[in-house]
Design a binder for this molecule. Structure first.
Ligand SMILES: [Zn+2]
Length: 340
């Protein structure tokens, strides 16, 4: 029986991706192509030049590279091309289901209409069926923007309610607690949207933010959220409520000294629905299978643990129980075949 964790095994393993920023999938090649197509001067002319700018040591220095790059996204077809390029990679990683984050305010704030963003992304989501990938969109508020901006963004989103599965919260967490957007989350929940929020690693108020998200705002998932291990009562609550935690090991290794592998294994042991995801793969140099493989290698995860992480990704996904059973059976078949 073959129970080793190889890169071939992690690549072929059926999985869901629940923490993926579409703007973070902008590969240097596509960035240059869109810059040319839209006559945007990004200051770099070759792939190597663009790659040299992908140099950061914390969240702030990453965001300083990340947001200006979005200027190359101007038209509906640009958003389509961005999402389509990611979805092809997702298919190659055997991502069977993906819930894609997008940040409308990063685009509307520079004059791009909400409709341009959502229509381009949505068409790619529809076309992904041809790739055998089931995709959906989660709209995130930028937490360093005002409540009023979030309110307006949610109002715009309501015109496209059927194209959005849930809402999230991302960007700079420093002094921007989840509770700042309690009202918008309440309104979104009333409209039947699912709720998640980033609780980034090692923030000044990580535990307080996790507490607000779980105890007051009733979110269904935490994006990152691995600092929860510091509070056993919150870990027990997350396990009991089947809260999904979406860890991103390679992303963590860029902004902190490690991949949070110890926290991931501890949460697995505690029965928390933690999963592995790629966050901003073009910037953190690895798609989802690379993330599974990297964390497995570094922390010597067993094949059983890797399988559990993949099962968690479907169990924490916003899909029906029937769909979950189909995907879980797909994992079992894959593992049987692989073990021979
Ligand atoms: Zn993220």
């Amino acid at each position: 029986m073959n129970t080793t964790v190889t890169s071939e095994f992690t690549q072929g393993l059926p999985k869901a991706e629940l923490h993926l920023h579409i703007e973070g999938t902008l590969e240097p090649q596509l960035k240059l192509k869109l810059a040319q197509r839209n006559h945007v001067d990004i200051g770099q002319k070759t792939i190597e030049d663009v790659q040299k700018t992908y140099d950061y040591h914390d969240l702030a220095s990453f965001l300083a590279v990340y947001y200006p790059a979005m200027n190359v996204l101007q038209h509906e077809e640009d958003f389509y091309d961005l999402a389509w390029a990611y979805l092809q990679r997702a298919a190659a990683n055997n991502v069977r289901h993906v819930e894609i984050f997008f940040d409308p305010q990063a685009h509307t704030s520079r004059g791009i209409p909400f409709a341009t963003v959502i229509n381009g992304l949505h068409q790619a989501v529809v076309d992904a069926r041809a790739l055998n990938v089931d995709a959906a969109l989660i709209m995130c508020f930028l937490r360093d923007f005002s409540k009023e901006s979030a309110r307006q963004t949610l109002a715009q989103a309501m015109q496209y309610r059927d194209k959005i599965i849930g809402i999230g919260l991302d960007s700079d967490e420093h002094n921007n607690p989840p509770l700042k957007f309690a009202r918008q989350f309440e309104d979104a929940a009333a409209a039947g949207l699912h709720l998640t929020t980033h609780c980034d690693i090692d923030q000044k108020d990580s535990i307080e933010h996790i507490r607000q998200a779980l105890e007051i705002m009733d979110v269904e998932r935490l994006d990152h959220g691995t600092n929860i291990v510091e509070d056993p009562d919150l870990v027990a609550l997350a396990a009991q409520r089947k809260i999904g935690l979406t860890a991103c090991p390679l992303s963590n290794s860029f902004v902190s000294p490690d991949m949070k592998g110890k926290e991931i294994t501890e949460l697995l042991k505690a029965g928390v629905q933690i999963s592995i995801n790629s966050d901003d793969p073009a910037y953190f140099k690895g798609y989802i299978s690379d993330n599974y493989y990297a964390v497995a290698q570094k922390y010597q995860l067993t094949q059983a643990q890797i399988i559990q992480l993949a099962k968690n990704s479907f169990n924490a996904a916003w899909i029906s129980d029937q769909q979950k059973q189909l995907y879980l059976a797909e994992i079992d078949r894959y593992v049987q075949q692989f073990q021979g």
